[in-house]
Design a protein around this ligand. Structure first.
Ligand code: S3P
Length: 446
């Protein structure tokens, strides 16, 4: 939700026990790829054409930001988005602050994109985004020569002054974050010489893949201390035509809904299956979930497939910390699945959940407790007792779309209904979530 839009009242929703979910559905385009396609198109030469763009608030804010920086990004009557790029050094100071709403990806990647061009831009966001740490990107971007005026604690609002004479850096990621990796690589685009990111733990690699597709001089090498990603700056990118497949992080909600709702049998078509994003599918299959990947194919440089999901009795497992980057946004819905499993599910390596759209570890625990599910947790781990959720509770969503959707899924299989205090933020990533779920047989209503 953008800061400038009139504050809408909270929108509570109720989810009631459903009978079998059925149908073939498609979920909206991948959010990570959608942000990147707009941003890379903005600094390419020529017109980038994007089909299947996620038309949700987070991505629309990125499109508006790119237009404000001089690269027009617009939707045609045919539903196809077209971006007129200005080249790697062509971005201009915007006339007004750039409002990134709820989106960490939007603001962090855009700061990288702007950091090595001599422009001045103020970045703002909603109350959730304004609480999130930005030092993780302003730190490395300052090493290129960019300057930042930030609110207390390296938070938004931030005014960025891009470097006039950027210098390339080598940066070892202190946190497993694709956003930080991407911000540094994007700053490298308009920097002379070679910028290198060293990634000890692999994170989603859409930036590397997609930049290569745009013709960037980017090379990836696996070494003993991690993946080394090097980009040669100040070479122009060439506009592309892109087809964005369905978002596995959105597919996670109907997938778990079908697993936990007796008698369900659904197909979720055209889901991106990049191996840096499939940790949840792997985990649910290990828990005994009947998920079959059909029609595997390659589309737009990514592996894609249809997910055939049938209701299953799940069993609790230990989910290793090493898997966290490949399912980082999926822990809230995994915790819901775990509450219907037999036995205990233990999840480790969760420290980054503390700094998402909400403190997701705390929000998940509170939501589970409100619905009669026992948990134990530490700074970076969570254990969920299975056996089924009683329901009957109201969940505080803390401006977090994934908390809202997770607990609406819980209500489909809980003994009593579940309520979420505010569903407005679902619009940041999955605007038609309720309609799509109800079309399969869910009972979600105001
Ligand atoms: C994203 C990276 C992840 C993820 C976010 C999208 C991206 O964040 O949680 O939803 O598109 O690069 P971090 O890089 O902070 O882990």
């Amino acid at each position: 939700m953008s800061q400038s839009s009139a504050p809408l009242p909270p929108l509570p929703l109720i989810s009631r026990q459903a009978s079998a979910l059925k149908g073939r559905i498609r979920v909206p385009g991948d959010k990570s790829m959608s942000h990147r396609s707009l941003m890379f198109g903005a600094v390419a030469i020529g017109e980038t054409v994007i089909r299947g763009l996620l038309e949700a608030e987070d991505v629309i804010n990125t499109a508006k930001a790119m237009t404000a920086l001089g690269a027009s990004a617009a939707r045609g009557a045919d539903g196809v988005w077209r971006v007129q790029g200005v080249g790697v050094s062509g971005l201009q100071s915007p006339a007004a602050p750039l409002d990134f709403g709820n989106s960490g990806t939007g603001v962090r990647l855009a700061m990288g994109l702007m950091a090595t061009t001599p422009l001045t831009a103020t970045c703002v966001g909603d109350a959730s985004l304004s609480r999130r740490p930005m030092g993780r990107v302003t730190g490395p971007l300052a090493q290129f020569g960019a300057r930042f005026e930030t609110a207390e604690g390296n938070r938004l609002p931030i005014t960025l002054h891009g470097a006039r004479e950027p210098v390339p850096i080598t940066y070892r990621l202190p946190v497993a974050s694709a956003q930080v990796k991407s911000a540094v690589l994007l700053a490298g685009l308009n920097t002379p010489g070679r910028t290198t990111v060293i990634e000890p733990t692999s994170t989603r690699d859409h930036t590397e893949r997609m930049l290569k597709g745009f013709g960037a001089r980017i090379a990836v090498e696996q070494k003993d201390d991690g993946r080394h990603i090097a980009i040669e700056g100040q070479h122009e990118l060439t506009a592309q035509t892109l087809d964005i497949p369905g978002d596995p992080s959105s597919a996670a909600f109907p997938m778990v809904a079908a697993l936990i709702t007796a008698g369900s049998d659904i197909v979720i078509e055209n889901i991106m299956l990049n191996p840096t994003r499939t940790g949840l599918i792997q985990t649910l299959i290990e828990m005994g979930g009947d998920i079959v990947i059909e029609n595997r194919r390659l589309a737009g440089g990514e592996e894609v497939g249809d997910l055939h999901v049938r209701a299953s009795q799940l069993s609790g497992i230990a989910v290793p910390a090493a898997r966290a980057p490949s399912m980082i946004d999926e822990y809230p819905i995994l915790a819901v699945a775990a509450s219907f499993a037999r036995g205990v599910t233990r999840m480790e390596g969760l420290e980054e959940l503390r700094v998402k759209e909400s403190d997701r570890l705390a929000a998940v625990e509170a939501g589970l407790a409100a619905n009669g599910v026992a948990t134990r947790s530490g700074r970076d781990w969570l254990e969920v007792d299975g056996g089924g959720a009683a329901g009957g509770g109201t969940v505080t969503t803390h401006m977090d779309h994934r908390i809202a959707m997770s607990f609406l899924v819980m209500g489909l299989a809980a003994a009593r209904e579940t309520r979420v205090d505010d569903s407005r933020f679902i619009a940041t990533s999955f605007p038609d979530f309720t309609g799509l779920m109800n079309a399969m047989g869910a009972k979600i209503s105001a």
